[in-house]
Write a protein of this length. Structure first.
Length: 112
């Protein structure tokens, strides 16, 4: 992981990810994202050791959606359709991605 986190935060993140393994791909990025969320909650005083990680289903849904979006971006990058700048957070279409996008959005062309 890129950051350093409290041991109880790492433990809580691992427990949550174990419960979500059927919904999302559990990987280092998902763990890092969750540790960042939990650390912010800890600093804000809304998370203590043993407390509930997500305060609402909407908050849980936001985390799941973040993980799913990252999975999609990783898949598109592996296919060579997008790439990232050095920060790994700014994405752009590759030449191959632009060609496919042009075909998809060409007037009069449909997938039917």
């Amino acid at each position: 992981m890129k950051g350093t986190y409290q041991p109880f935060i790492i433990k809580q993140a691992e427990e949550v990810l174990e419960l979500l393994k059927e919904d999302i791909e559990v990987n280092d990025q998902a763990k890092e994202d969750l540790c960042i969320i939990l650390t912010k909650k800890f600093i804000d005083g809304t998370l203590n050791e043993g407390s509930q990680v997500f305060s609402s289903t909407e908050e849980l849904d936001r985390f799941i959606n973040l993980c799913l979006a990252r999975q999609d971006l990783t898949s598109l990058k592996a296919k060579g359709l997008i790439d990232t700048y050095d920060d790994d957070e700014s994405f752009f279409l590759t030449k191959k991605g632009k060609e496919i996008a042009e075909k998809m959005f060409k007037p009069g062309v449909s997938d039917d």
